[in-house]
Ligand binder design. Structure first.
Ligand code: SF4
Length: 361
């Protein structure tokens, strides 16, 4: 066994984190945890893992769920395409594999939402296949120890890391090696302020010897966030309110929100909230108040949002009419009781505002 691997494994014996999905070899639970933990910290993901594992005992149960239910359970975790892919993946496993998880990295890679890392994680944790689960921890640890100086987005970086990872995992129990690298990357060889003085592989480490710990891995410059201007209308009459479903290919696809008008930077200066009357075909609405500007940052976008509170005068009559008559060509709106809002999966930005202004708990 490679001496670096041996040192990391012996560190792991003393320092392993106790995570609920490590007690199982059930590929369903392992897959669930891996999808939830993509782009999410363990502390934030843990309650969601328990919520999903309690609601769905196996892949069949999940495959039978509606997308609305899955999105509602996922609400607040962000990157909602993970939830939609998770459901698509469950349905494909039931349809094409009789509900039995495939074991090989190659078969797993063909499933929705399963990339090289997740495929290796499932294959090694559930089936003990010798597949290094190369994630950000692997990239960081290996580039520091072995002095990989290529930029993370350059061609060749990932294949260099993969080649070294393949060597390191040889003759090691694969599931333990992968878990050990994850914990070692989270607890010792951390992105910032790595704990080199407590490191079991310090004597092998190129970055430590060359004072390059904070320089490796070489990270490409981040792209500037794209600004988007969202105007949300809170259109209500007594205990009823209008929601809309985001059906376009964009952030928050298939989540519910308040009726929205998006403007460009230039249009934003001249935006008139009375436009809500036009898009929803209301003859009379009255603006009661406007929120302050709320900034909501996503990974590549900055949402600059305002909420406009309206009283509407003809909703009661309108809701008894056909939806198409009510909204003309716009058919993704719906009217609901305010207390039923909690049954709809919503972007956190909208949900937080509705809580803040007292419309929901
Ligand atoms: S010496 Fe520091 S940089 Fe090198 S592997 Fe250990 S913790 Fe990471």
């Amino acid at each position: 066994m490679n001496p670096i691997t041996a040192a990391v494994l012996s560190w792991y014996k003393q320092n392993a984190r106790d995570l609920p999905w490590r007690q199982t070899k059930d590929p369903f639970k392992i897959w669930l945890s891996e999808i939830i933990l993509q782009q999410t910290k363990v502390e934030q993901g843990m309650p969601y893992f328990h919520k999903f594992a309690q609601r769905f005992e196996n892949i069949q149960q999940l495959a039978n769920a509606s997308e609305d239910e899955v999105l509602l359970l996922w609400q607040g975790l962000g990157y909602y395409s993970r939830a939609r892919n998770m459901l698509a993946c469950a349905r494909k496993i039931v349809k094409d594999f009789d509900g039995i998880f495939p074991e090989s990295v190659e078969d797993l890679r063909r499933l929705p939402g399963i990339g090289p890392y997740t495929a290796a994680a499932i294959s090694s944790f559930a089936f003990q296949k010798s597949a290094p689960a190369v994630d950000g921890n692997f990239n960081r640890i290996i580039s520091r120890i072995f002095g990989v100086k290529k930029s993370k987005n350059s061609s060749g970086f990932q294949s260099d890391i993969q080649r070294i990872a393949d060597e390191l995992i040889e003759n090691a129990p694969p599931h333990i090696f992968n878990q050990a690298m994850m914990d070692f990357g989270s607890l010792v060889c951390k992105p910032r302020q790595a704990l080199c003085n407590q490191c079991p592989v310090l004597e092998y480490c190129f970055a430590f010897k060359n004072n390059l710990v904070d320089e490796l891995p070489v990270t490409p410059q981040k792209k500037a966030l794209r600004n988007r201007y969202f105007h949300f209308g809170i259109l209500k009459l007594r205990n009823q309110i209008i929601l809309s479903k985001r059906e376009e290919k964009d952030i928050w696809k298939n989540l519910y929100q308040l009726p929205l008008i998006e403007t460009s930077e230039e249009q934003n200066l001249n935006f008139s909230p009375m436009q809500f009357a036009n898009i929803l075909n209301f003859s009379s609405i009255s603006l009661i108040k406007t929120s302050i500007e709320i900034i909501h940052k996503l990974s590549h976008q900055k949402i600059i949002a305002r909420f406009y509170h309206f009283e509407i005068n003809d909703l009661q009559q309108a809701i008894v009419e056909e939806k198409t008559e009510l909204y003309g060509n716009v058919n993704n709106y719906l009217v609901t009781d305010i207390e039923a809002i909690k049954n709809f999966a919503m972007p956190q930005l909208v949900k937080d505002y509705l809580i803040e202004c007292g419309l929901i708990d």
